[in-house]
Design a protein around this ligand. Structure first.
Ligand code: C2E
Ligand code: MG
Ligand code: MG
Ligand code: MG
Length: 288
């Protein structure tokens, strides 16, 4: 019920908000049941060497394989999972599955996983990730953890401790969505990032928008001089790929190379390129 304060003042709780609250509640309830049932699954988005097109690995992106609604985007459920304290369990479930699925892929292939701000408030995060790696047999040297800048603000000392523990285990660290939010160059100096990811908003518009192109160029140069190579995300066509190569950006991802895909599709891609152990390439699941 929309309620209005007297005298024509602003609506404080309108129908749209109520609708959102209802939706939020049902997403939360659905997640509480769905996570233990294995409904949150990894999709894999190819990451490539831009010059040659060589496959370097995949970013792991969560999807909700909902029994009645089908595949649901993370933009819809990750925020709810963060606010309701479910993100830790959700993330561990996705990582466990991805590590298990990718364990036998060619040892040249890496996985990148996303870590939410709320997870960086868990002092045991690094230990939990290391435990998963041990249990699944996925090597830490093939893992990259992506963290956004906004997650660093909330508790920088704790974030530093967690990041230090991950680095000590040989896990690499990437700063995700660089250029959005409160970009502070001090973070680049204070934290041992191995890589910077340029937000797709700049990359997608760099052909038509001179400012975007200048920003991508500047971030690439900055990364180069700080010894933090850059990954460009949101490469949707050949022109963007070529332009990035000119700029000197070596690594990237985007629809030009492949959309986020199921494990079955990823295995087919790997089989085509001879990146699956031969015996397993034939018995891979035939799902889509
Ligand atoms: P992100 O980590 O910045 O991931 C990149 C997003 O850009 C993905 O959206 C990907 O599908 C999209 N993208 C990549 N290339 C292109 C392109 O060429 N064109 C366009 N239009 N889009 C492209 P997605 O999968 O919807 O994920 C959205 C966000 O959800 C991610 O942004 C990440 O912040 C979050 N997320 C996804 N999975 C997880 C997870 O397992 N844990 C956490 N904590 N967050 C996740
Ligand atoms: Mg990411
Ligand atoms: Mg990103
Ligand atoms: Mg993002």
């Amino acid at each position: 019920a929309a309620k209005r304060a007297g005298g024509g003042r602003a609506t404080w709780f309108d129908a749209a908000m109520e609708q959102e609250l209802i939706q939020r509640n049902s997403i939360e309830r659905g997640l509480r049941e769905g996570i233990p049932r294995g409904e949150i699954i990894p999709f894999y988005e190819p990451q490539v060497e831009l010059e040659s097109g060589r496959l370097l690995g995949f970013e792991v992106l969560a999807r909700w394989d909902h029994p009645s609604h089908g595949i649901i985007s993370p933009d819809l459920f990750i925020p709810v999972a963060e606010e309701s304290g479910l993100i830790g369990d959700l993330s561990m479930a996705v990582m466990r599955r991805a590590f298990t699925e990718a364990r036998d892929w060619d040892s040249s292939l890496a996985l990148s996983v996303n870590i939410s701000p709320a997870q960086l408030r868990d002092p045991w995060l690094a230990q939990k990730i290391v435990k998963l790696l041990v249990e699944t047999g996925f090597p830490p040297s093939r893992l990259e953890v992506e963290i956004t800048e906004s997650s660093l603000f909330q508790n920088l000392p704790l974030a530093q401790t967690i990041i230090g523990s991950l680095k000590n285990q040989g896990i690499r660290l990437a700063l995700d969505d660089f250029g959005t939010g409160y970009s502070s160059l001090a973070h680049l100096r204070a934290l041992p990032f191995d890589r910077i990811k340029i937000d797709r908003s700049f990359v997608m518009s760099m052909i038509d928008n001179a400012e975007s192109a200048a920003i991508v160029d500047a971030i690439s140069k900055l990364g180069e001089s700080l010894n933090m190579p850059v990954t460009a995300e949101g490469i949707e066509d050949e022109r963007i790929r070529a332009r990035l190569t000119e700029i000197g950006c070596a690594k990237g991802q985007g629809w030009h190379f492949g959309k986020p895909m199921t494990v079955g599709a990823a295995r087919r891609l790997l089989a085509e390129r001879g990146l699956l152990p031969a015996a397993r390439a034939q018995i891979g699941p035939a799902d889509t």
